[in-house]
Design a protein around this ligand. Structure first.
Ligand code: NAG
Ligand code: NAG
Ligand code: NAG
Ligand code: NAG
Length: 695
């Protein structure tokens, strides 16, 4: 599935082409233009890098913080994707975010002409770009050249060779908008002796401040000596487990003897009537685009979603101690949700029938970096039921009809420091898109002198998970950008409320009440903001220009997951930066530059360029090309089972067809034939049983 490295193929051709220039013009067919939404190839990343160097746009030394596809104009993409015959692909441009001479640079490079077409210096007061891996690595090494730090380790009787450090973004706590703002991180360290679970062994009370532009230590604080929690019982590796064996689970798996039922053509995935484009971005991770479904009843392909991706995350900790109060991360903008993607492990991260795909990012010097196995795509059959019915009312016969639920999953896992976020985009045959976010990995714990809850009279920020180990309370908000285009734009946003209604006329009914649906189409952005709560009705994106045969507006609805909102005061600095989480749902008119809910320059941002501020313009959204934003949230008060590594906790949402089809679109789904196992009579009997009863 992974294509050969394109640049090596091009390099192999090069000598031949140089020798025969006349053949080049005569014989070589122009290379097929890539799909306009394809992520930048390694060749394109190299081209961007050399264009920057040759054009002297940036004065060295500079660091590249982001290179990705600059979104082509949406109408041109829609026309490329859906008109017949295909219109030509719009030109490809790269967006570059760089740092040079202590300034933020936003640069657009045209890939066909290899020229810089736009270069803007963005003031430091707005914020700073995503941290690179390379600079974090450098910053994490600085403490070991700092005599005061080494002395502090000696005082704690810790071996420097067993210490590892991490870079923490510092947020914003008022003022600081002037040109002298520094791009800094706090560096905090852990003790790895006897374990690989460094996050369970924090060295508290000790921190350094590093200026990332100068790459030097500008602050050092040794506040107090706190016991480092024990290594014992923290290692999570298979080989490190002892104790009595667990009850055994026999071999189990899923086989598709005829191969998968989906196809992958470069970045286009096709399955069970679904068609969508999958791409990888250093900031967002997975981007699903141009999702459409074939309607068997009307025999047409119908647009559902132009784009869906994770726009930002907000992870504030509820611990106000000196080394903790600033831990209020905006993970996508500060650390790069895609940048923190690591290769998925076959048979563990994804089942045996999975297909893997790679991604590419630009390194800090602009050169392409391969990110292997960032996605897996697989069909899931987890024993669930798509629909069923047993009919016992008809005398003398029993009807039993069952269809198993088989779905298609696109999975990616982002390990942002201690946490692992498992993100699944799941496509259902019924037309639903289910999105699930699973949280696992390691908690951020604080070292403490306490060893028993009975001693914790003056501790208000967490509970003990183990001796000397305090689980810090925090939230995870994940902001989804969901640009639905139901049967193409324009669309409208309709909110319904389920309203308890009293029966007014005593003679009308013996009942005193019932509930009914009150529908309201949001005319402006302010009317579309939703704080989920009890009595919540449905949240629909409809196409007001298209109705079903019986006269309902065609649409999709958002079925939210858990009802969670921030609990910080709206005037608190982290909440100002993350004001895009003030509501669970927002709707904005489509605007190409309103992509990152926490702003393009998120590190140390002051909340000036967020979904919240855009939405204050209160634009009209009725019968317009609109974008739905959904904040999924989890309040996390840790418990002992989360130590030393937490089992996955999951939340998600569903985008579900709502008067989109004329009737149940999966009535005619044919269950797959059973797998025939040689010499495995039991399995076959079970399989045949559900197969036969469904006919
Ligand atoms: C940049 O300059 C080098 C050396 O002159 C050249 O080989 C390369 O093709 C140039 N790249 C671009 C994108 O112009
Ligand atoms: C149902 O079966 C019973 C017993 O065989 C028979 O007496 C009865 O007539 C049947 N009822 C119908 C509606 O066919
Ligand atoms: C698009 O959004 C940006 C940022 O909010 C804004 O500056 C610009 O005016 C918007 N464009 C339109 C056409 O509304
Ligand atoms: C299946 O069973 C037959 C008959 O018992 C035997 O000859 C054959 O070797 C078996 N095949 C496998 C793969 O176990």
């Amino acid at each position: 599935m992974n294509p050969p490295h394109p640049s090596s193929a091009a390099a192999a051709l090069l000598p031949f082409l140089l020798l025969l220039p006349h053949l080049l013009t005569a014989a070589a067919a122009p290379p097929p233009r890539p799909h306009p939404l394809n992520p930048l190839t390694p060749d394109e990343l190299t081209l961007v890098s050399s264009t920057l160097t040759n054009s002297s746009t940036l004065t060295p030394p500079f660091t590249i913080h982001y290179v990705g596809l600059d979104d082509p104009d949406k109408p041109a993409v829609l026309s490329y994707a859906y008109s017949s015959p295909k219109t030509p692909a719009p030109p490809r441009r790269a967006l570059v975010i760089a740092r040079a001479s202590r300034q933020n640079h936003r640069i657009l490079v045209d890939l066909s002409t290899a020229t810089v077409v736009e270069h803007v210096i963005v003031p430091n007061s707005v914020g700073f770009p995503t941290l690179t891996f390379e600079e974090q690595g450098e910053a994490n090494n600085l403490p070991f050249g700092e005599p005061r730090f080494l002395e502090s380790l000696r005082r704690r009787r810790l071996k420097a060779g067993e210490v590892v450090c991490g870079s923490f973004t510092v947020g914003w706590y008022g003022g600081g908008g002037g040109p002298k703002r520094r791009r800094v991180v706090r560096v905090m360290c852990y003790y790895k002796e006897g374990t690989v679970n460094v996050y369970m062994r924090p060295i508290e009370g000790l921190s350094l401040t590093v200026d990332l532009d100068e790459m030097r230590v500008i602050g050092f604080l040794d506040r107090e000596v706190v016991p480092v929690p024990k290594a014992q019982g923290t290692d999570y590796r298979e080989a490190a487990q002892d104790g009595p064996p667990r009850p055994k689970i026999n071999p189990i798996g899923l086989v598709q003897p005829n191969g998968p039922s989906f196809t992958v053509d470069q970045h286009i995935i096709s399955w069970a009537g679904w068609l969508f484009h999958l791409s990888f971005d250093a900031r967002a991770g997975a981007i699903i685009s141009l999702a459409s479904i074939y309607d068997q009843q009307t025999r047409e392909r119908r647009q559902v979603m132009y784009r869906g991706f994770i726009s930002e995350l907000f992870v504030p900790y509820m611990d106000l101690t000196e080394e903790w109060y600033f831990r209020t991360f905006l993970d996508a903008g500060e650390y790069g949700f895609g940048l923190c993607t690591f290769p998925l492990q076959p048979l563990r991260d994804c089942p045996e029938n999975a297909v893997f795909m790679d991604g590419y990012i630009a390194g800090q010097d602009g050169t392409p970096v391969l990110m292997p196995n960032v996605f897996c795509v697989f069909e899931r059959y987890a024993g669930d039921i798509m629909w069923r019915h047993t009919e016992a009312l008809i005398p003398n016969i029993t009807i039993r009809e069952v269809r198993p639920e088989i779905t298609l999953v696109v999975r990616t896992v982002s390990s942002v420091g201690n946490y692992d976020y498992i993100v699944d985009w799941e496509f259902k045959q019924s037309g639903s898109i289910n999105v699930k976010v699973g949280l696992t990995g390691l908690l951020e714990v604080r070292g403490t002198k306490y060893t028993n809850m009975g001693q914790l009279t003056d501790e208000e920020y967490g509970i003990l998970l183990a001796e000397n180990t305090l689980g810090a309370r925090h939230d995870h908000f994940v902001t989804f950008h969901l640009d639905l285009d139901i049967d193409e734009p324009p669309n409208s946003f309709v909110k319904t409320t389920f309203q308890t209604t009293r029966v007014m006329y005593p003679n009308k009914s013996p009942r005193k009440s019932y509930w009914r649906v009150v529908e309201k189409t949001a005319k402006t952005e302010s009317e579309a903001r939703v704080k989920l709560g009890s009595g919540q009705g449905d949240l629909l994106i409809v196409n007001p220009n298209k109705k079903t045969k019986v006269g309902n507006q065609v649409g999709y609805r958002l079925i939210p997951g858990s009802v969670t909102r921030p609990l910080l005061s709206v005037d608190d600095y982290p909440q100002i930066r993350a004001a895009f989480t003030n509501y669970n749902v927002w709707v904005t008119p489509y605007n190409k530059s309103e992509k990152w809910a926490g702003g393009l320059f998120t590190d140390e941002s002051r909340g000036e360029d967020t979904l919240y501020t855009w939405s204050q313009r209160n634009r009209r959204i009725e019968n317009k090309d609109i974008v739905l934003w959904y904040n999924l949230g989890i309040h996390h008060a840790p418990y002992q089972e989360d130590f030393p590594l937490m089992p996955t906790i999951t939340d998600g949402f569903e985008l579900r067809p709502t008067n989109f089809f004329e009737s149940n679109p999966v009535l005619n789904v044919i269950p797959p034939e059973p797998v025939t196992w040689s010499n495995c009579s039991t399995a076959k009997a079970i399989t045949m049983e559900w197969y036969l009863t469904s006919y």
